[in-house]
Design a protein around this ligand. Sequence first.
Ligand code: SF4
Length: 474
Amino acid sequence: MSQFISVFDMLKIGVGPSSSHTLGPWRAAQQWIQKLKETNEFLLIEEVKVDLYGSLSLTGKGHATDLAVLLGLSGADPEYVPIESIDVIISDIQNKEQLFFNNERNIPFLKDSVKFNREFLPFHANGMTFRGYAQGEEISTETYYSIGGGFIVQEDDHLAEDIEINKQNFPFPINRATELEAYCERESLNISDIVYQNELVINSAEEIDKELHRIWNTMLECMYIGCHTQGTLPGGLNVKRRAFETHQKLIKDAEYTNQQEWITAIRGTEVKFREILKWVSCLALSVNEVNAALGRVVTAPTNGSAGVIPAVLMYYLVIENHDADFEHVKKFLLVAGEIGSIFKKNATISAAMGGCQAEIGVSSAMAAAALTELLGGTPSQCLVAAEIAMEHHLGLTCDPIGGLVQIPCIERNAMGAIKAINAAELALETNPKESKVPLDKVIDTMWETAKDMNRNYKETSEGGLAVTVRLADC
Ligand code: SF4
């Protein structure tokens, strides 16, 4: 059965540093509260405890999972909470050992109320259990799993959800890349047109435009903030923010007062090969520095890989096509979202399940296909681009130092963005009929590789750089 995953499921506005370890747990806390309300238990709860399991526990401190849970339990929404209020909410809870439960009433919340458990739950590597107590009795126990990209499920509900979503009548049900390609061929349409027709089943044209505008504006703002903020990232690794200085060197004395003028200013800068490399890298770094500083980003498809898509889209806007407008942005995001959803349906976008190939590899494939369409490639060439981008990320492990989404994560976004552009150019010179590796095969390979990958390399910080370079040594 084909699942429908909207482009808005793949590109979600949230808060850094991690979609699976921050956004997912945050959403799970919100969902638990919603359930308590439905069962009329919310007002009975006098105490709350949370257990984090597996990868959520092993890298939870560095990924701010405990803080995300506190924010969710406080009733803050990751899309809208003012970033500057986050510290205030957290320190209030920690100092008073009291939680303003769902922004409605105070309950005690002791320092050890969020427990980090090393064991893994069998269903998924990112498990968490919320427990609610009344008069000393545990009256509510709910376990959620954060399955990547901010998606959360409970063990028994995801099949039911899929069935509910699939009752809708989508003109182009898509599970595999070959199906998408066949629709494009049969209808003589681009990938973005096919995706748009499906999206129209669940959202009006106005809603789609409005949401895509919001997503793009969030990406743009994120790059802007990242390029104009200096200092050191939080967490103890003492990583210096690099986008600021690189941006200063590239933009020189160009004048601008807002983000739109900034785009024009960049278009006026020198863009030889080296400058292009530096611009793309700088834009990718800027997003992931904001992400690492718990700023607002768009999961694309995850927070750790949030820099690839904005950087490649900006590359198109400021280097490739100075006349580009929102229609180009829209096409790009529609294609990217669909490619990401095919990876999610057939493999994973969770580093705890598949390592970094599932994050940076997928984001690079999404960006490569989207760029190829904007550069005039056929739908088949777009799929070739996605395949090339993923093929050369296969096996990439996840080993963040100190469990922080900083090293290797931030630079890795620059590499993923450059590879996406390279993959698009290679695909544009490829006859898809002569391509030996179809996208679906590379997705299957990625999933097999994910299953074979040692647990130490799946967002546990128990292998790779996280072991050879210790936080204490930095
Ligand atoms: S190494 Fe890759 S997958 Fe792991 S946290 Fe960093 S960006 Fe995400």
